[in-house]
Write a new protein. Sequence first.
Length: 217
Amino acid sequence: MRRRTNVLLVLLVVVAVASSTGCVSKKMFRKNVDDNDTRVAAVETGVEANEKRIKDLKGDTDSKLAELDSKAERANEVGRSAMNRAEQASAEAEKAARGRLIWEVTLSNDQVKFSFNQTTIPSDAAAVLDDLIQKIMVYDKAVWVEIEGHTDSTGGEEYNYTLGDKRASAVRDYMARGSVPLHAMNVISMGESSPVADNSTPDGRSQNRRVVIRVLE
């Protein structure tokens, strides 16, 4: 009887140990699964972050390439414009060299009062132009009128070239209204390229804002 009891006790202990071991194994398995899930989630997050960085880098690269393309095109435009101006100035200089200078008039800033971005002809300049127009009208030979527009260095090169052209064109249009034939006049913009004074001072900039009119036979 006692022997049977001992055997039962041993069996109970074995069953208890087996059950306990099974529970521990299940807990370890779940823990391993959870750990793997965590690692997989971390990897997926890292992959997503890398994909976002790659996308952002591509966007920045495309933007910088587009900006460089725009700057290159702008540089080409400036170069073409400068070349055209040089060719025009060369052609007109050659034409002027073939003629004899009869009169030269400079409309200074004191007369024209060309403030920044201004192109209108005030009364003081109009009186000078009227006198020149009268001389041309009574001259007994055909003449060629060359009108140069000059600016100070305020603003960009292209801006000043355009402004010089507008100022010279305003003088040409005024003279055309005074019966000087348009086909006998030519406008050249020198922009800021031919200063007669220092652009670092207000007085110098004022002297550089001018229109020069040359009448050639």
